[in-house]
Design a binder for this molecule. Sequence first.
Ligand code: ATP
Ligand code: MG
Ligand code: FE
Length: 338
Amino acid sequence: APILALETSCDETACAIYDGVRGLLAHSLHSQVKLHAEYGGVVPELASRDHVRRVLPLARAALAEAGLKPTELGGIAYTAGPGLIGALMVGGAAAAGLAEALGLPLIPVHHMEGHLLAPMLEPDPPAFPFVALLVSGGHTLLVDVQGVGRYRLLGESLDDAVGEAFDKTAKLLGLPYPGGPELARLAEGGVPGRFKFPRPMTDRPGLDFSFSGLKTAVLTALPKDADAQTKADLARGFEEAVTETLAIKCARALDETGHRRLVIAGGVGANRRLRARLQELAQRRGLGLYFPRPAFCTDNAAMIAYAGWARRADGRAAHDPLLTRARWPLTELSPPVL
Ligand code: ATP
Ligand code: MG
Ligand code: FE
């Protein structure tokens, strides 16, 4: 039976319904971007309060879109972490309430496992094993994926996540929050090669990343009275440095594991230049490249519904203590016991 999922880990409230046979039946999302814009970043308490307002109407809308009665569901999944603790608790409490009222199992989902499995919602999903590059606002992870819950960490960022580096650099360039997509748009009109920034940690072996120096490099190169073209050129240089660094490490991870498939997921996976660069790498090596549609790269509930379905065997009683974790390493997961 279909799984209904709630995602409230940060500043998006989302609900989706996934069925193992019929696929994705509904998905809806409310972004809080406007709410947080004047503060230049997410305000946790405002996020929690807005989730309270949005979550049940979104669930009702998803059920209507799927043409399902609540009694036709088979389980309720929710993002249990990592994320903002208050925001997680809103989605968790709503999910637990629904599960208890309907007598359904409650399925906690790891947000990054959701991102990692998002390409499974696309028409040509990857088979296991594969290398996954997870690039989001809070994470930069290279993972050897043998199956659901079978994750070996190959590399990670030692400081800023890629999305965070995009957002901070965008702020330096005077772009409005959230800056990542804005910076990408600005870079479209930039002259390639005018600014050449370092490719951090590519000159030594290993699969870890460091992106905080890159934003400092942009700041150092930014003239006080930079004109629009210079800013675009800086954005282009930054995007190229990031893209090239990620491509180099992906190639290494593929060499090291011998895997023939590469998965890109997380918000930065929506970046067009990154997609094109990795497509080039995959084509040259005759590898399979997989990424979710852009709307399923950034936060959404469709990925949580899929992961919830994959983990339906991990469902617990709704009145058990509510599981929410602000911090939760992906590698602590184990396979669902089917
Ligand atoms: P996490 O998943 O690590 O908890 P998050 O949920 O906040 O963090 P996502 O929603 O997966 O992150 O992704 C948001 C991030 O992706 C932001 O940093 C945003 O700037 C970045 N991003 C979104 N679109 C693009 C783009 N086209 N180019 C570059 N960055 C982008
Ligand atoms: Mg967000
Ligand atoms: Fe996310």
